[in-house]
Write a new protein. Sequence first.
Length: 94
Amino acid sequence: MNSRQIAFLRLLLEHEEYLPVGFYAGRMDVSDKTLRRMIHGVNEILASYNGVIESRPGTGIRLEINEEERERLMNSAYMLSLIHILTLPTNREV
């Protein structure tokens, strides 16, 4: 899972209602097209949590997942975010 996928998952977890793709794209500073391409890969990840990104034309997208799996995914996304932050190179002088 890459940092964009983690960021997208965290946004989906924060918002339970259907929201336009443009909402998520704007929050992530990517184009709608880029975000739409990400959905397939994120759905592959969500399959192991029995979840899926639902899409309704004219309404938007949202995460469909039960509460137990939502909690498990939240913990995983949080841990992956921490790992990503901790492994970023720093510009500290030694």
